[in-house]
Design a protein around this ligand. Structure first.
Ligand code: FNR
Length: 341
């Protein structure tokens, strides 16, 4: 369908389902096992109420923020997702350029279709991008990739720590392709995490934090940020949603929010979903599947996604009486329906 007939991120997913082969659509769409966590990621947002304050001037709306000290136009970013080439032959290039033109952050996956260098070149002059990395069993591969990432101009590493060695069992996708050996290292412990930090001078953000205890550990180890995520429900089925993890950190280790930046993702499909995570303490919110689906139209689709999502966020902020996105806090959400962990 033409982009003019697309009105939200769900339309984009439906269009992608019609256009992509069953195998490639499933590879993007799949969660692990029963997909309880995948479904909970989507459902949790309907259980939270947004408080809308009146009697405020919201005519001058600010959505800009900083992520690790870099300026971006929006508090949402394109999360790392493998194999963008399955949706479009421009692959990650359209994600990079659309993000650059909109002034938002893009974080390519290390399992991308295009090389580190090609993705860097697809960005605009001066565009800040971070890069995702895995803990491969082969350390020299890790060192080589980290050097190339830095040389290509990426400004930080999102280090994915939630599927090192053991990956999720993605039944929906396995019906088309048996799960391949990912070559990750399963013996990644705290010493390994500390050792990893000696492999690059770039700031490192552990991605896939699912407990307040791990969040606190990262704070104590001096990381500049953490990324709360259950990998879009693709790894541990039964893992809590980011809403629940953020609330749990707030209850048990609130110093995490003052001591480091916190990012979050999972099931974000509406501007209001992002506002909930921001109000619960996330500084920025990631979109995983939606940009992959939007990429069936290439850069134009990804640009349209950013525009639509930005409009939903902006309008909802104004309806809540918030004029600056950095001012969001827990006074804007009612979480009474969420049973504490
Ligand atoms: C991912 N994700 C992911 N994460 C990561 O750190 N490295 C990767 O290579 C990938 N690859 C990947 C592929 C695909 C097809 C998907 C859908 C996801 C996880 C991703 O970064 C993010 O955490 C989730 O996708 C967020 O959930 P939503 O927005 O998809 O609901």
């Amino acid at each position: 369908p033409p982009l003019e007939d697309i009105w939200d991120l769900n339309d984009m997913q439906m269009a992608a389902k019609n256009v992509l082969s069953g195998k490639y659509y499933a590879s993007y769409r799949t969660g692990a096992l029963n997909e309880y966590t995948y479904n909970a990621n989507l459902a949790i947002f309907s259980k939270i109420k947004l408080n809308g304050f009146g009697f405020r001037d919201v005519s001058n709306l600010q959505t800009a923020t900083t992520i690790l000290g870099h300026n971006f136009s929006q508090p949402f970013f394109i999360a790392p997702a493998a194999d963008a080439g399955h949706a479009n032959k421009s692959a990650e290039a359209s994600l990079a350029s659309a993000a650059g033109k909109a002034g938002i952050l893009y974080v390519p996956s290390i399992s991308s279709t295009l090389s580190i260098e090609k993705i860097a070149k697809a960005g605009l002059e001066g565009q800040v991008m971070f890069h995702q990395e895995y803990i491969w069993a082969n350390t020299s591969r890790v060192i080589d990739e980290l050097d190339r990432i830095k040389a290509a101009g990426f400004k930080a590493i999102f280090l994915t720590v939630d599927n090192t060695g053991i990956n999720g069992i993605r039944t929906r996708s396995m019906r088309y392709t048996a799960s391949e050996d990912t070559g990750h290292a399963a013996n990644f412990d705290l010493d390994s995490l500390a050792a990893f930090r000696n492999l690059t001078t770039l700031p490192i953000v552990p991605k896939g934090i699912k407990t307040w205890q791990d969040a606190l550990t990262c704070l104590h180890l001096g990381f500049p940020a953490i990324y709360v995520s259950n990998h879009g429900g693709r790894v541990l089925d039964g893992a809590p949603t980011s809403v629940e993890v953020l609330m749990d950190i707030r209850k048990n280790a609130p110093e995490v929010f003052s001591g480091m930046e916190v990012y979050a993702d999972g099931g974000v499909r509406r501007g209001t979903d992002a506002l909930i995570l921001l109000a619960l303490g996330a500084r920025a919110v990631g979109l995983g599947r939606p940009p992959m689906f939007a990429n069936i139209w290439g850069e134009a689709g990804v640009s349209r996604l950013i525009e639509l999502f930005g409009q939903e966020m902006a309008t909802s902020m104004q309806l809540m009486g918030v004029s600056d996105v950095t001012q969001l806090n827990t006074s804007y959400v009612n979480t009474n329906q969420i049973v504490s962990l």
